[in-house]
Design a protein around this ligand. Structure first.
Ligand SMILES: Cc1ncc(COP(=O)(O)O)c(C=O)c1O
Length: 301
């Protein structure tokens, strides 16, 4: 719910979140809430701009808004459509509670919508921005829909923040490359962007099915979560497993995985879990990779 005057083009989410936080800091923002577990770069950037970063727990319904209410945060950064890294969706009653919180506290919701285009279980989940355009800064990117190397994204600004965000963008780099923006506009206007998304949904759905089948075949006791959207999933390891040990051993066999501890604000390693991505590997490589590390996942490696 916006118009072109309130959209600022930026260099992906990474720059977008920085610009919004800096614009808010100019208006007195001191404390930023982030998801725990959550994207570690977002935590770092929030800490660079604001005096205080408050991690708020995430459960099966997404960020626990009751916990957010107890904080002094003037902004919250979160991934409502597909939580990073757990993969859960922010529950409808929490969306409403979050908007109520923002309206009452005069706070800003920074909505990271980076992989919302890719859902496999239902229609894409709507953005929160339409519920409260004056309180939500919606950040989109083509990093997942096209390629991260393009460095193109957009900020749908709350109108009162547009000038501040535009100023920060001007100071940062005088604007994102015009030719790249024109090429993207042509792709969208010609309908080819939509066709590409439809085709890629099928490609990723197939890859995701290969991942599920490979795990069912090679490590059936390992629980897989968060696969309903996006390109990553969370693997629950046996309780006694050592996240870092499994990752080091897997890397020696040529398979890259991420520890859940990297996403936790306090670096906790229990329960041991791994985050694995399947967006940028071939269908066959997904299956080969799982076969190669199945004993590590089962706790018998
Ligand atoms: C949580 C999250 N948000 C956003 C992005 C996209 O960032 P960018 O648009 O800067 O490439 C990523 C990239 O992996 C991510 O993990």
């Amino acid at each position: 719910v916006t118009d072109p005057e309130h959209i600022v083009i930026c260099a992906g989410f990474a720059q977008g979140v920085h610009l919004v936080l800096r614009a808010l800091a100019e208006t007195g923002l001191r404390c930023v809430a982030v998801e725990d577990p959550g994207h570690c770069e977002t935590r770092t950037v929030s800490g660079m701009v604001a005096a205080k970063v408050t991690p708020v727990p995430v459960d099966a319904g997404g960020m626990v808004v009751d916990e957010l209410r107890k904080t002094a945060a003037g902004a919250v950064v979160l991934t409502p459509a597909h939580q990073t890294p757990t993969g859960v969706v922010l529950a409808p009653e929490r969306r409403q509670a979050l908007v109520d919180w923002a309206c009452r506290a005069g706070a800003t919701i920074i909505e990271d919508d980076y992989d919302a285009e890719f859902r496999y279980d239902r229609e894409p989940v709507g953005a929160m921005q339409g519920l409260a355009p004056a309180h939500v800064a919606l950040l989109g990117t083509v990093s997942k829909s096209l390629a991260p190397a393009l460095r193109l994204g957009w900020i749908v600004c709350p109108p009162a923040l547009t000038a501040g965000v535009a100023k920060q963008k001007q100071l940062a780099d005088h604007g994102s490359p015009g030719l790249d923006q024109l090429a993207l506009a042509l792709l969208i206007e010609s309908g080819r962007y939509d066709r590409h998304l439809r085709r890629m949904r099928g490609v990723y759905a197939r890859r995701r099915a290969r991942l599920k089948n490979a795990l069912a075949a090679y490590a059936p006791q390992v629980e897989l979560q968060g696969l309903e959207a996006g390109f990553h999933a969370v693997l629950q390891l046996p309780a006694e497993a050592d996240e870092q040990g499994v990752i080091t051993a897997a890397r020696e066999r040529g398979v890259g995985l991420y520890p859940m501890s990297e996403y936790r604000a306090g670096g906790q390693t229990t329960p041991p879990r791994l985050v694995l991505g399947f967006g940028n590997v071939s269908d066959d490589a997904v299956e080969r990779g799982i076969a190669r590390i199945a004993d590590l996942l089962r706790g018998s490696g």
